[in-house]
Design a protein around this ligand. Structure first.
Ligand code: NOJ
Length: 730
């Protein structure tokens, strides 16, 4: 049957539904189950093509050659009984060809427009190669830097991840999924995966329903409200129930409460892994549990194709559920325009790495860098002679970060290359000393001394190779790896100013390194255009404006440590150093409050922190009232002045504390942020609207509402500082 029979381009829901119902009515149970099956490309071979012809595959992932995509599409459309096109998926996590900073880096921009623009570029480059669907954004709240996938996250905060996640969805999907620069987004991993025990990947989580609803679920809801058409389940079992078999999450919350009308895909073999979890007896049981839990499409493990028919005949899975799942899938295919044109135009000139895309990536890298320390060293002067040291100065592969399948490292502009190209008159000496971050060979340390001795300033590029973060790449020690800290100390011993530039997939524990650097610019792996962005920042052509989307701990043993924790019954008060504790001191000598004897109760850098070359002064906090009624919006205003002689951008942050609730409430919660540009000497009044929705939470009765009582509120530059006010909700 030819695809033209289905050619009814129309975005109207009624027309789509009529089309889908009509198609569904022609489908056998086998056809339906075929649509629910997603396979990985293991090579174009007869087995694959036979399955496609038999209508046993609804989707493929990891097929990226446009010619191969056209071949499988043609087989599906022309040679299968109903001619239903395939939906082609790929992990496009932070760029397709042009690689953007890793998502954690983009989150440091606190700028929804930056992440939306990045997703749009990725969608443009991928859709023109025949890909329809990306498995992003990852909205797992991540409070554990050991977990390798923190790199893919939008950080530790529910509010920030929700706002940025919605922006990513907008960027991928645009206004029209069928346009040639849109991708279907897939919010993942539903849910709680970021809380895996000990930061070990795939591990169990233990998140009670209230915490789930207050912290882990909201970003998903926000992204779905922004239009995300698909969702992926997670690998973890939460309190014993694997997500791919959890009907409470998938049916009760996602479908009934949230009215999600897209489709749900399992994660890679996360259905059949219910066997390893000890939650299913055999593959047939897997298919039954997942189908009854609410999974529309199975990624790679093929239990649906093998057993669903039997299960329907035995009435263990209802045909009505199967029909719904297939409807959900067909609707997304329809909205992607696949029934009109499933093919990729191979003659189309690729926009990959176009100047516009590269500049968008460069902008994202600029806004994603965080200045953590600056003792009058930065910005550098172009007439200073620079010693460029360290394994990350010219690491074209590693600078791109985790989850890069399609980006070509030869397009990466490393700091070394960027200096040679963009700052031709700057004189420098380059000595990597270590070949890669784990390199333990100290043979060349003497060379570092020589180079730094001849220079005015040392810029040391340290960090992590991309392979040290990402899926299945967790670490129990998150110090700078190998002998990098020693290298930094050797450089510092030369007596010249030292600038440390970190490129990493996670917040590393760099407290022990800080004394050896006069300035620290932290970049989560910055992508293709990291190099030019970094020099523009170091030379002051750009002014750092990134803020930490995640708490930086002092010691790995402090994890989990996040700014929006509860107060406890005994918040820390007086914290002595270990040496101040007298020998044979009384059990109660320290006052019995909550802290570590060796690392206190504070992180190294708090959430929201980041310096600038400008200095900003906050004043004039005004609230529209000191009392609001339920349903009313509070207006919050504050003035921010750039009291320096350098133009700059500041992320102004609004935090709230609900002092007493039906459950203990966090000491602070981000409820608003805005990035403003202030010229030297300029002042701006910033205005936030605090809506009842933002004050609402799931309390003792598990109902979402704003509870009456007193609130504190702060407007400031990070989660630890700010102008303080208060109001009450009646
Ligand atoms: C497993 C990962 O958990 C998921 O994020 C990814 O999208 C799939 N594999 C597909 O590659």
């Amino acid at each position: 049957m030819s695809v033209s029979l289905f050619s009814q381009k129309d975005n109207g829901t009624v027309k789509m539904e009529r089309f889908v119902e009509d198609l569904l009515s022609k489908m056998t149970l086998d056809d339906k189950i075929g649509q629910m099956n997603q396979l990985n490309l293991e090579g174009i071979n007869d087995t694959l093509l036979t399955k496609i012809k038999a209508g046993q595959i609804g989707s493929m992932l990891n097929i990226t050659d446009p010619k191969e995509i056209n071949l499988v599409q043609e087989t599906a459309v022309k040679d299968s009984r109903l001619g239903i096109p395939l939906i082609i998926g790929r992990d496009i996590i932070h760029g397709f060809k042009t690689i953007f900073p890793i998502p954690l880096g983009q989150a440091a921009s606190f700028n929804p427009q930056i992440v939306e623009d990045g997703a749009r570029v990725a969608a443009t480059e991928a859709r023109e190669r025949g890909i329809h669907w990306t498995f992003a954004p990852m909205l797992d709240i991540s409070r554990d830097a050991r977990w390798g996938r923190i790199a893919e996250s939008l950080g530790e905060d529910t509010y920030l991840a929700g706002k940025l996640g919605a922006a990513v969805v907008k960027g991928f999907q645009g206004n029209d999924l069928s346009s040639d620069n849109s991708l279907a987004a897939c919010v993942k991993h539903f849910v709680g995966y970021g809380a895996s025990e000990g930061g070990r990947d795939y591990n169990s989580t233990n998140i009670p329903e209230r915490l789930m609803r207050n912290v882990y679920l909201p970003p998903f809801r926000e992204a779905i409200e922004a239009g995300a058409v698909t969702l992926m389940t997670s690998f973890n079992d939460n309190d014993g129930i694997p997500s791919s078999g959890n009907s409470f999450l998938l049916k009760d919350i996602l479908r009934k409460e949230w009215q999600f009308d897209g489709f749900v895909v399992s994660d890679w073999a996360s259905m059949s892994e219910m066997l390893s979890h000890g939650y299913a007896v055999d593959r047939k049981d897997v298919a039954m549990l997942a189908a009854n839990a609410g999974i529309d499409m199975e990624m790679v493990s093929e239990t649906y194709v093998d057993y669903l028919k039997e299960l329907v005949t035995e009435k263990k899975v209802s045909l009505a559920d199967i029909d719904n799942y297939v409807r959900n899938i067909l609707k997304v295919k329809y909205r992607l325009g696949l029934f009109d044109n499933p093919y990729v135009d191979t003659s189309k000139v690729s926009t990959a790495y176009s100047e516009r895309h590269l500049q968008t990536a460069r902008r994202a890298a600029v806004e994603s860098a965080i200045l953590l320390k600056n003792e009058d060293v930065l910005p550098l002067h172009v007439n200073q002679k620079i010693a460029i040291i360290g394994p990350m100065a010219d690491a074209k592969h590693d600078q791109m970060g985790t989850w890069v399948f399609d980006g070509d490292k030869n397009y990466t502009v490393t700091p070394l290359k960027a200096l040679q190209r963009g700052y031709k008159n700057v004189s420098f000496i380059y000595e990597p000393i270590l070949n890669y971050s784990r390199d333990k060979n100290k043979t060349f340390f003497e060379k570092a001394k020589k180079a730094v001795g001849e220079a005015d300033v040392a810029v040391v590029f340290l960090g992590e190779e991309s392979i040290l973060s990402g899926e299945a790449h967790s670490l129990s020690n998150i110090n700078l790896i190998g002998v990098q800290s020693e290298l930094l100390q050797v450089v510092k011993s030369c007596g010249k100013p030292v600038v440390l530039v970190v490129m990493a997939g996670r917040p590393l524990t760099i407290e022990r390194d800080l004394p050896y650097a006069d300035a620290v610019l932290y970049n989560f792996h910055p992508g293709t255009m990291g190099g030019p962005a970094i020099w523009d920042l170091l030379f002051g052509k750009e002014n750092p404006s990134g803020k930490l989307p995640v708490t930086f701990v002092r010691e790995v043993g402090q994890i989990p440590m996040y700014y929006n924790h509860n107060n406890t019954g005994r918040p820390a008060q007086w914290i002595p150093t270990l040496d101040e504790i007298p020998t044979e001191a009384q059990q109660t000598s320290l006052g019995n409050t909550s802290f570590y004897l060796d690392s206190g109760d504070k992180p190294l850098f708090p959430f929201g922190y980041g310096l600038s070359y400008s200095k900003f002064k906050y004043s004039g906090l005004q609230l529209s009232s000191d009392k609001i009624k339920q349903g009313e919006t509070l207006m919050v205003k504050a003035t921010v002045k750039n009291v320096s002689n350098v133009d700059g951008d500041e992320v102004v942050q609004l935090y709230v504390r609900d002092l007493v609730g039906s459950i203990a409430r966090p000491v602070k919660e981000l409820k608003g942020f805005t990035k403003i540009h202030l010229k030297a000497g300029e002042s701006k009044q910033v205005e936030f609207q605090l809506t009842p929705e933002e004050l609402a939470f799931y309390g003792r009765d598990l109902q979402k509402k704003a509870e009456a009582g007193d609130f504190k509120l702060w407007v400031g530059p990070n989660s630890a500082e700010g102008l303080e006010g208060g109001f009450s909700l009646q």
